[in-house]
Design a protein around this ligand. Structure first.
Ligand SMILES: Cc1cc2nc3c(=O)[nH]c(=O)nc-3n(C[C@H](O)[C@H](O)[C@H](O)COP(=O)(O)OP(=O)(O)OC[C@H]3O[C@@H](n4cnc5c(N)ncnc54)[C@H](O)[C@@H]3O)c2cc1C
Length: 289
């Protein structure tokens, strides 16, 4: 019978050494994706390398430059952080949607990203907030934008021996806010049929001066949609600009048919979610002094 080792490195360097030395070892954060896959026989790792004992990977820091989220920070720690909730309400509402209280106690922001699911709830909000992913591997450190991190279902830019250490998010400009919405077939604990994250910046007159739109679960990976953002910029987020943003999001979607929804349904829904998320983000930005 194959045995699986458990390793608990205390430093990033030790973790990198362990995964570099053994290609069959798997990094283990909360285990809420990994253990399900293990039980289903998708992976038979030679070792689980627990990341939660590495201080650099766990915790939240907010300063004048922005936010640093350690990759192995649990969802519950993020949703309970008042300053993060104030500055990035859309990101926090996405984190809060992941699974249940139990899942949020274990599951991490880095695990959600590194699992590479097109339907991951936190990836699109990270993208609209211009998150940068800090990756460390045998060659040292490199930074990858969140929109480039997932490359295909279950696949990321991480190379052998590399791990995600943190995500960095710049502090939002004044009158900037985000929002995230998803649709699931049940009231909770399901995978998104479609998701949309939007960040907008408004000037004093309520005109949108900057925007980012990203969509989830409707393409092989979470997708930045510049055309949808363009539809919002220069507008007061009036009905016509929201309609054009929705149409751009629907046009960018290349979804699959499955038991959760058809291609046509997912395209339609992602447009609706984009319009509503843009409206929510606009209302939040407009409410700021
Ligand atoms: C009942 C249930 C409900 C769920 N509901 C949702 C939901 O609503 N929305 C949603 O998006 N997800 C959901 N999930 C999926 C899962 O909980 C999340 O994706 C979670 O954030 C994964 O984090 P984790 O720390 O548990 O990852 P793990 O399972 O520990 O790891 C996931 C993958 O990422 C890799 N990895 C982890 N951390 C790193 C790192 N720092 N560097 C490199 N690779 C790393 C692992 O090797 C593994 O391949 C659900 C899961 C369950 C079981």
């Amino acid at each position: 019978m194959q045995t699986t080792r458990y390793e608990a490195p205390a430093t990033v360097a030790d973790a990198v050494r362990l995964i570099q030395a053994d290609p069959d070892a798997r990094l283990f954060a909360g285990g809420t994706d990994l253990l399900v896959q293990y039980r289903m026989g998708v992976h038979r790792p030679s070792a689980f390398i627990d990341l939660k004992r590495i201080p650099e990977l766990v915790g939240i820091a907010v300063d004048a430059r922005g936010l640093r989220l350690g990759a192995a920070t649990a969802a519950a720690v993020i949703t309970e952080h008042r300053e993060v909730s104030r500055l990035w309400p859309g990101l926090v509402e996405a984190v809060h949607l992941v699974g249940s209280t139990q899942i949020q106690g274990r599951g991490t922001i880095g695990g959600n990203l590194c699992n590479g699911s097109p339907a991951a709830d936190t990836t699109a909000p990270l993208i609209v907030n211009r998150a940068r992913c800090v990756i460390v591997g045998p060659e040292g450190e490199r930074i990858v934008n969140a929109e480039d991190f997932v490359i295909a279902p279950g696949a990321t830019v991480l190379q052998r021996g590399e791990m995600l250490v943190a995500v960095l998010i710049p502090r939002p400009a004044g009158r900037t806010a985000d929002a995230y919405l998803r649709l699931i077939p049940r009231s909770e604990m399901d995978i998104a049929v479609a998701g949309a994250a939007v960040s907008v910046t408004l000037d004093a007159a309520g005109v949108c001066t900057a925007a980012r739109v990203a969509i989830a679960a409707v393409a092989p990976r979470p997708l930045l949609v510049p055309d949808a953002a363009q539809a919002l910029i220069g507008s007061t987020l009036d009905d016509e600009s929201l309609r054009r943003a929705a149409a751009a999001a629907s046009a960018a979607a290349t979804p699959i048919d499955d038991k959760r929804g058809t291609v046509a349904y997912r395209r339609q829904v992602v447009g609706v979610l984009t319009r509503r998320a843009a409206s929510m983000a606009g209302a939040r930005a407009g409410a700021q002094k």
